[in-house]
Design a protein around this ligand. Structure first.
Ligand code: ZN
Length: 592
């Protein structure tokens, strides 16, 4: 056993470790341009690389440990490239067919001289059924290496490793000493920490107590008042790094000095588990932990041997439930999603209408704060299939549990707007918005006192006053409708008095007299051409025109047309030996 196998546990997993992929039969020292593939690092995932031609490589995602069906996450490097070398990389064994690669999502790339992740342009990505791969859907990336000395890294999404989290938490903890504690509530099978960050104080402030003891009513209130708690869980699945970025954004926001962060820290308690599955994240798994368990399907049957993290969280919940002065309100489980755009929530359904209505309140607050929130993608259900998820298994009584899903790809701000890819910053912003909406909610129900020093009057004063529109200020060209009408009304109704030399005159001088002498144009419906509003032209509806005459193929042509099925058969015989693809091909596994 080599040294690396013992130290990082990668060797036995089947990740490629600096493998030079060359044409069959060749050996000896690698020449420039014979690509060297490597995935033997933290969060790395690539199981196999086949040389098809010097231009084309078939790549295989390494399935999760002990869970062969989970195959989506990939993260590998390529080096020993030639200047301006062009390649096609086919990822041929993805475990899910319908993903965002179908539409706009693209993988990411970075190199040693350009360490920031960049999305590969969509025109270089092809997610298609390949006859050479038994008709299965493969992801082809066309890529040109532009610098010989660089190491190129390709990944399904910007990765967020266990080490990065540990580093971030260590720095965060130092800054947040005054109001937060960090502890390890359990150890994973591979002896990694499962961190729990507690923000806020379970005790009510002494100052508040003194103030409230003034009246009998407030005395009763103090006795009844419970400290509100929110539990946030992130990164249950290794292949969903957006979850970690969102969690980081949330933690960083709570560290800040903003009024909302202060209000949250002072009035409620947030229990945050930033990484529930450190083993899976470290190993580069898509969903499972080391033993092949999908943690978001095992909450209802967790054992201390196989799921130490889940048992620890269950213990925490029991402890919270036993305390009389504490009330757990929400469990928020943050995930990434490979099939949908934007941000949305999955919740539970209840037979009691009032209970159900209350359950739908927090998502409303989230929707008001989070950019690209997609209410149409939010579902509330009680499927038996998902009985092992956190949101189904954990809540008891009045606790509301949700799965918040953030797209691995991007979002549209309007239904038909442009597609905007998510960046690390955009994810951390979602975390910030999540914290803000929690503040909104608790302010709404009176747990967090209303913001002081901000009145409505002040708001009104700040608003820009609208300048009244004076008719003479308007130039004749200010209204696009008028401009078009004047020019487009057909003769003979075009009046002769219209200013003939309008364009020749200097604009300012011409304005007023022209407006005064401008005659009223009489609108004759028959004479008016389609109105131009903006750049779009309103035309008669195309559906009225029968297009079938233009589409129908003449019968003579049909006769001479070559038989299509014949073509198809001939094409497939070109590849006499189909390339390898994994036989276990599952398309039904859902995200979250
Ligand atoms: Zn997930």
């Amino acid at each position: 056993m080599s040294d690396s196998e013992e130290s990082d546990g990668e060797g036995g997993l089947g990740n490629l470790s600096r493998l030079i992929v060359r044409p069959p039969g060749q050996s000896g020292k690698a020449k420039r341009g014979q690509l060297c593939f490597d995935a033997a690092f933290e969060c790395g995932n690539l199981g196999r690389a086949d040389h098809i031609t010097d231009l084309e490589y078939d790549l295989f995602v390494r399935p999760d440990t002990c869970r062969p069906r989970a195959r989506f996450w990939f993260n590998f490097t390529i080096e020993n490239v030639k200047q301006d070398q062009r390649v096609i990389l086919n990822i041929v064994n993805l475990g899910k067919e319908t993903t965002l690669f179908d539409t706009d999502m693209t993988p990411l790339v970075r190199s040693t001289s350009r360490p920031k992740w960049q999305r590969i342009p969509r025109r270089l990505i092809f997610y298609h059924r390949s006859l050479a791969h038994r008709g299965r859907k493969i992801l082809s990336i066309a890529f040109a290496f532009d610098r010989e000395e660089d190491v190129y890294q390709f990944s399904a999404a910007a990765s967020y490793s266990y080490s990065r989290l540990q580093k971030h938490l260590a720095a965060w903890e130092k800054k947040a000493q005054a109001f937060a504690t960090r502890q390890s509530i359990a150890q994973t099978t591979q002896k990694r920490r499962i961190d729990l960050v507690t923000i806020g104080d379970y005790n009510f402030k002494e100052k508040d107590k003194d103030f409230k003891e003034e009246t009998i009513v407030s005395k009763i209130k103090t006795a009844e008042q419970k400290k509100r708690v929110v539990l946030i869980i992130a990164r249950t699945h290794g292949g969903e790094p957006p979850s970690s970025f969102v969690c980081q954004g949330l933690l960083d926001f709570l560290l800040g000095s903003s009024e909302k962060a202060l209000a949250l820290r002072n009035n409620i308690v947030l229990e945050v588990i930033p990484m529930l599955n450190p083993d899976g994240v470290f190993l580069g798994n898509q969903r499972s932990d080391l033993l092949g368990g999908d943690l978001n399907r095992c909450w209802n049957r967790a054992t201390s041997y196989a799921h130490p993290a889940l048992v620890a969280v269950n213990d925490l919940l029991k402890k919270l439930a036993s305390e009389k002065t504490v009330q757990l309100d929400f469990i928020i489980d943050i995930h990434g999603d490979i099939s949908h755009e934007g941000v949305f929530v999955r919740g539970n359904s209840y037979d009691d209408v009032y209970r159900f209505e209350r359950h739908a309140v927090l998502p409303k607050f989230l929707g008001a704060r989070i950019e690209a929130w997609r209410p149409e993608a939010c579902f509330y259900n009680a499927d038996s299939v998902l009985a092992g998820t956190a949101r189904r298994a954990l809540p008891t009584g009045s606790i509301d549990a949700y799965t918040v899903l953030v797209s691995l790809g991007g979002r549209r701000l309007a239904p038909r707007g442009p597609y905007i890819h998510y960046t690390e910053d955009a994810y951390t912003k979602i975390g910030k918005s999540l914290a803000k909406s929690l503040c909104d909610y608790y302010r709404h129900i009176g747990i967090i006192p209303p913001r002081v020093g901000r009145s409505k009057k002040k708001d009104r004063g700040r608003r820009r006053r609208r300048r009244p529109v004076v008719e003479r200020d308007r130039s004749p060209s200010s209204s696009p409708e008028r401009r078009v009408l004047a020019g487009r009304v057909l003769s003979p109704s075009l009046p002769k008095v219209s200013p003939p030399a309008l364009q020749a005159l200097p604009a300012r001088l011409s304005r007023r007299p022209v407006l005064k002498s401008r005659p009223r144009t009489v609108a004759h419906a028959d004479n008016i051409l389609p109105l131009i509003t903006g750049t779009a032209v309103k035309t008669p509806r195309l559906a009225v025109v029968d297009m079938s005459a233009y589409i129908q193929t003449p019968k003579e042509f049909v006769k001479h047309r070559p038989d299509k099925s014949h073509l198809r058969v001939r094409r497939s015989t070109r590849f006499s030996r189909p390339r390898f693809t994994s036989d276990e091909y599952d398309t039904r596994e859902s995200d979250s």
